[in-house]
Design a binder for this molecule. Structure first.
Ligand code: HEC
Length: 207
């Protein structure tokens, strides 16, 4: 078999490609003013949502999977009961994230590996001035019967968590997560309501 594959030319080309890959593989630099949408949510999604997300109902671990500002007027329009999420604003009592990470009870808990220096730094900077940030081309949240009433699905093409409320006749239905769900007993179509992805409030009708 010919040794063409190991020609010096090819070896040096491979070397350059490897160097380039190593250069790109490093962690992204710490942004000066991290936002939830661009910087913080990806870190929490990778390290925290398994325990602090919608799927987990450990009552001790509050949800962190939505930029939850109780003073957000759009959130007040939905008028959700508060308490199941940890507020992410300084005004509402300091986001405890960084304090917790500094203390003995680190998150994510052992045996998960600790956050990288870079990610911990992003969270620390974020907590000093928590801002959600916006998506330049935001997808609005959606809901539809699936496969048919009383089952429905709530989704958001940006992968945002969605909160909202439906009114079906005289019954109010709380939406506190994306994904498949079922109308509670007593609620039947048609339903109208509002969904909120943290940026846009979307009116929906399921009839
Ligand atoms: C394996 C599950 C698990 C993972 C992963 C996890 N947590 Fe927790 N976390 C918990 C539990 C359970 C509690 C509540 C009990 C406690 O305070 O120790 C908690 C409590 C907390 C609290 C205190 C909340 C309060 O209101 O006092 C903070 C802050 C926190 N977690 C942040 C995080 C962050 C940030 C991450 C990801 C970097 C994370 N956690 C990952 C299970 C987890």
């Amino acid at each position: 078999m010919k040794r063409a594959l190991l020609s010096p030319w090819l070896v040096s080309l491979l070397g350059i490609a490897l160097l380039a890959a190593a250069g790109c593989g490093g962690e992204a630099p710490v942004p000066k003013a991290p936002t939830w949408v661009d910087d913080v949510m990806p870190i929490l999604r990778a390290n925290c949502f398994t325990c602090h997300g919608a799927g987990v109902r450990d009552k001790d671990a509050k949800r962190w999977d939505f930029f939850y500002d109780p003073d957000d007027p759009k959130l007040r329009d939905i008028n959700l009961p508060i308490g199941f999420m940890s507020p992410v604003t300084l005004a509402s009592g300091r986001w405890p994230l960084w304090l917790m990470l500094k203390g003995g009870d680190r998150m994510p808990p052992v045996p998960a590996p600790p956050l990288s220096e870079r990610d911990a730094q992003v969270l620390k900077l974020f907590q000093m001035s928590p801002k959600r940030g916006t998506r330049p081309a935001n997808h609005t949240p959606k809901a539809g019967w699936f496969p048919k009433a009383p089952w429905f699905v709530v989704s958001d093409d940006d992968g945002e968590q969605v909160l909202g409320k439906l009114t079906c006749g005289s019954v109010e239905v709380l939406i506190d997560h994306t994904g498949n769900q079922r109308l509670p007993a007593g609620a039947s179509p048609p339903c109208t309501g509002l969904l909120y992805d943290g940026q846009d409030l979307q009116a929906v009708t399921l009839d």
